[in-house]
Design a protein around this ligand. Structure first.
Ligand SMILES: N[C@@H](CCC(=O)N[C@@H](CS)C(=O)NCC(=O)O)C(=O)O
Length: 296
């Protein structure tokens, strides 16, 4: 890759373009191999991974269960995107866009419904259970505005800033400057909103908070792309206040563990098929704490 690149008249696919994830990027859609998806016993079958886009859905499902909606019981199956699971024929049938998260709503077994795009999944669940979506028209409009704000903004954070700051094969100042500027502007947008209200849509915690928290809460805590210092995230104090409050919710703590394959082993629940699945992970965390205590 050179700084003085002149695009040819017709773009061609260079399979060795470099950069993290270059092995799974393709200029064509559709399945690469035949593979059925597993189906468990619960009304909802989630096929996902604990990236920010995946976490917002497991948080929502855990929040619904915490409110007592047993109809929100779910099986969460692991999709390893760096191994190309999203290109299996079963997955593509649920999400033709080949990206996690993808949900099959089997509450009516005679008429399963597929839902893809995390925002659509959150809205589908909120409508179905009448939860985490304000009923007041103006608060609902505010909630949907922030939900769709996240859908439109996060690609600049992940695909723009994160890609060029952390994943591209070389560090290039122009795209890093461009996307750092945009991401800081987005953080300021949130900070100003959260200075004037407890949650994004007003006084209620909603699907907009779940969606935005998964991305911008992680960024505010310095957990994305090792970029906390670079973006001086500690300056967004209202975002941090809101981030910590959401992170303390027990359902959020459970939701962020589901389909997680990175970080401390005691924070990872690769697949979730029953509420009791969390117990084994929490026992591992207790063991880790105890063994730290006995060696110190
Ligand atoms: N707009 C989509 C974005 C989903 C998305 O980008 N998923 C990523 C992981 S965070 C993915 O599956 N990438 C795999 C690929 O691009 O092949 C949503 O909100 O659901």
């Amino acid at each position: 890759m050179t700084a003085d690149y002149t695009p040819p008249s017709v773009w061609t696919w260079d399979t060795a373009s470099g950069g993290k994830f270059a092995n799974i990027n393709r200029p064509i859609a559709g399945a690469t191999h035949d593979k059925d998806l597993p189906v468990g016993k619960h009304p909802f079958q989630l096929y996902s991974l604990a990236t920010p886009n995946g976490v917002k859905v497991t948080v929502m499902l855990e929040e619904l269960l915490a409110l007592g909606y047993s109809g929100a019981e779910y099986d969460a199956w692991l999709i390893r995107i760096n191994e190309g699971d999203q290109f299996g024929s079963g997955f593509v049938a649920v999400n033709p866009n080949s990206k996690i998260p993808a949900l099959m709503d089997r509450s009516n077994p005679d008429k399963p419904v597929r839902v893809f795009e995390s925002g659509a999944i959150l809205l589908h669940l909120a409508n179905k259970f009448g939860a985490f979506l304000p009923t007041d028209a103006s608060e609902k409009a505010e909630c949907l505005s922030w939900l769709f704000w996240q859908m439109g903004s996060a690609p600049y954070l992940g695909g723009g800033f994160g890609h060029f700051y952390a994943y591209a094969p070389t560090k290039m100042q122009y795209p890093i400057d461009r996307f750092a500027m945009e991401v800081k502007r987005q953080m300021d947008v949130l900070d100003r909103r959260l200075a004037e209200s407890s949650y994004l849509s007003g006084n209620q915690y909603t699907i907009a908070d779940m969606a935005v928290w998964a991305w911008y809460g992680a960024l505010a805590k310095g957990l994305l792309y090792g970029a906390g210092e670079f973006l001086t995230v500690q300056n967004y104090t209202h975002v941090l206040r809101w981030t910590d409050e959401i992170a303390n919710r027990p359902a959020v703590q459970r939701g962020r563990m589901v389909n997680r394959v990175m970080g401390k082993p005691e924070s990872q629940l690769h697949e979730r098929h029953d509420a009791s699945d969390f117990d084994a992970v929490l026992a591992k965390a207790d063991q880790a704490k105890a063994s730290q205590g006995s060696t110190s």
